[in-house]
Design a protein around this ligand. Structure first.
Ligand code: MIC
Ligand code: SF4
Length: 643
């Protein structure tokens, strides 16, 4: 049999249709799903409209971790909706305060060799366990919960071949930042990052998970590690050794590209504002004064990370000009820190303890001061994401975070004595904050509770005939979903209220956008490269759709966002000739004739009635994607019986 890499092995075992050749459309069976509250309300509203009485996956979990502030009834209502809808349809419910979805899924549910689809772009975290874990929009997750396959383009597979071992004070986060430095935020688009080589055996599962987590920042479909003795040990310590299966690439497996990294040569790295690939060595920035340091997020909030942080802080005090926050990744992490005394070392240093949740990572409090320098162990530092538009957010390892919090300046942790930590042989197991669903018989008449903040799902229009629209916004390269549909404490409570949310669309780029798009009635957005990078939030497609956007023409798209646009019934086109981008201005009147025929041909001509010119766009859509657009989005397509 043909030699296979790990990604091909898992895909082959789950292939429902298509050929496993890069660039071909494939469909895979999904074993597990996860949702979080900020994308989950939409996903379950969508699932409910499908009329399926019970989820059909092996396991589905609804986490509440993004918005736990509850400033007003909105969140509390959403949490109650999620709890009751999960109970009715067979989904496990992880209560607010239990922890961050990816950390919890890694600890308690992820299984090597299985597939996981999550309505969050950092779902690939579980790739650290040898799982094929992919982030997607809520609608795709809803379809998977209903037993439908997940449709993607077969990715290329890149191997990152690791040799050597990390030196003390250099950590997995530095590996993640190094690969971002090499490949950039567009470097992983259309590819799976498969980690291999002798260096892998030196990395623990939580360290691997830090690396797979930040594969999302490369734009990769997912990232995956082998499942080996380290994996078995981690699962055993989590009291789930029975979930272990070994998984490795065949000796002569083929890869589309191989990148070599010698772990022993790496230094502490830092991503500068405002992009995760803006990476330099920490020691080059030692003159920069720091105002705030945040440790946590799904990238760096494991027990191992926080034990290291506690050991570095022990007996020391945070610099007076610095405010340090710690958000443990899960209740397991927090209680174990408390039990061994490490929590006391953290608190005695002057650190502020935040809830086991996403918190500052998504702008839910702890925003930096005006123009403030904030060092974060998180994965994204997009403009405005922290809640302070002129905040200067840098991404670092826990070691760099603590070294800098203590000195008050960006500090290379290699200048400090390394600490040794002892990992426990077993983790503390307490799943009491994960509620089981109702038995099927009891679920039939169970009520799903909705609050007034939960509004109807917006209706999309089928793509038919010709499109006559106004150019409502022109943006540049690397526009993130945080630009399109910002999050943060002010806006996140409205994730199940599209009309309200629409007021904030593109607020960071152009506060007039929402009004202009609404008035135009039918709009087209023009984008540069990597349009829609970052999160999986389908709101970045649903809200523009609600505001009348019918088409986005960009130089290139990020994978999840392109899928979300199609699912929402918005036509994603790319420029055949990128220089045509230059001649386009806001308010130009554009017409695209014979849309259905053009989609089938893969080419559409856009006429610019304002300038009297026209240009060609490409429309590389699978047959299924064309049908989804013709039906007016994935929900309509599924309701009409489409697979
Ligand atoms: C993020 O890190 O950007 C988020 C918030 O977790 C998003 C999901 C969302 O917007 O709800 C993601 O990564 O998909
Ligand atoms: Fe939460 Fe931040 Fe992770 Fe997104 S990246 S899931 S907001 S911790």
């Amino acid at each position: 049999m043909k030699a296979r890499n790990i990604a091909e092995k898992i895909i082959a075992a789950h292939l429902v249709s298509g050929t496993m050749a890069a660039g071909e459309p494939i469909a895979i069976r999904i074993d597990q799903t996860l949702t979080q509250d900020a994308t989950g309300t939409m996903a379950y509203l969508e699932f409910e409209t499908m009329g399926i009485p019970r989820v059909k996956t092996e396991l589905s979990v609804a986490y509440v971790d993004h918005n736990t502030l509850q400033c007003g009834f909105e969140n509390a209502d959403d949490h109650r909706y999620l709890q009751t809808v999960a109970a009715k349809y067979g989904v496990l419910f992880s209560r607010p305060g239990n922890g961050i979805c990816h950390q919890l899924h890694l600890e308690r549910f992820g299984k090597p060799g299985k597939t996981l689809l999550g309505s969050d772009s950092h779902t690939p975290t579980c790739g650290g366990l040898g799982m094929l874990a992919i982030g997607a929009g809520g609608m795709d997750v809803a379809v998977a919960m209903g037993g439908g396959a997940y449709h993607i383009t077969m990715p290329k597979v890149y191997k990152i071949h690791l040799t050597g071992a990390l030196r003390p004070q250099v950590s997995a986060k530095d590996v993640a930042l190094e690969i971002l430095r090499i490949l950039s935020v567009k470097g992983g688009v259309g590819a799976i990052m498969e980690w291999g080589g002798p260096g892998v055996a030196t990395l623990t599962v939580p360290e691997r998970a830090t690396i797979t987590n930040m594969g999302a920042e490369l734009g990769a479909t997912t990232s995956v590690f082998p499942s080996d003795e380290m994996t078995r040990e981690f699962l055993k310590a989590q009291n789930r050794e029975q979930d272990y299966v070994p998984l490795e690439a065949d000796a002569d497996a083929r890869y589309d590209r191989v990148i070599e990294i010698d772990l022993s040569t790496l230094k502490p790295m830092i991503a500068c504002p405002h992009s995760p690939d803006n990476v330099v060595c920490v020691d080059s920035l030692s003159h920069v004064k720091v105002d705030q340091v945040c440790v946590g997020s799904c990238t760096n909030s494991s027990l191992m990370d926080l034990l290291k942080v506690a050991a570095m802080l022990k007996g020391k005090i945070v610099a007076p000009g610095v405010s340090l926050s710690i958000s443990p990744g899960s209740r397991q992490v927090l209680t174990m820190l408390a039990d061994c005394g490490a929590l006391s070392d953290i608190l005695s240093s002057g650190a502020r303890l935040l809830e086991c949740a996403c918190g500052p990572c998504i702008g839910m409090g702890f925003s930096p001061n005006s123009g403030g320098v904030s060092l974060r162990t998180f994965n994204r530092n997009f403009l405005g994401r922290s809640g302070t538009k002129d905040g200067q957010v840098y991404l670092v390892s826990p070691e760099t975070a603590v070294a800098s919090a203590l000195s008050g300046y960006i500090t290379d942790p290699m200048t400090l004595n390394p600490v040794t930590i002892n990992m426990p042989d077993s983790y503390k197991i307490d799943d009491s904050a994960v509620l089981l669903p109702l038995a099927e018989a009891d679920a039939v008449n169970a009520e799903v509770l909705r609050g007034p903040n939960i509004k109807e799902f917006p209706k999309s229009q089928p793509v038919v005939g010709s499109l006559d629209a106004s150019l409502v916004l022109k943006v540049g390269d690397d526009i993130t979903t945080d630009h399109i549909m910002p999050a943060g404490a002010k806006i996140l409570p409205y994730r199940s209220n599209i009309p309200k949310l629409s007021q904030f669309c593109f607020e960071v780029c152009d506060p007039e956008f929402a009004q202009r798009a609404k008035e135009a009635g039918s709009g087209i957005i023009i984008g540069g490269h990597n349009y829609g990078q970052g999160s999986s939030r389908e709101h970045a497609a649903l809200v523009p759709m609600y505001l009348g956007v019918r088409c986005v023409i960009a130089k290139s798209f990020a994978r999840i966002h392109a899928a979300n646009l199609i699912n929402a019934g918005i036509l994603p086109l790319t420029f055949a000739n990128e220089t045509d981008y230059d001649g386009l201005c806001e308010n130009h009147h554009l017409v695209i004739a014979h849309v259905a025929e053009g989609m089938a041909e893969g080419k559409l001509i856009v006429k610019n009635l304002t300038t009297g010119t026209s240009f060609e766009t490409l429309c590389q859509l699978s047959e299924r994607q064309q049908k989804i657009l013709l039906a007016g989005g994935l929900l309509n397509y599924t309701k009409e019986g489409g697979q």
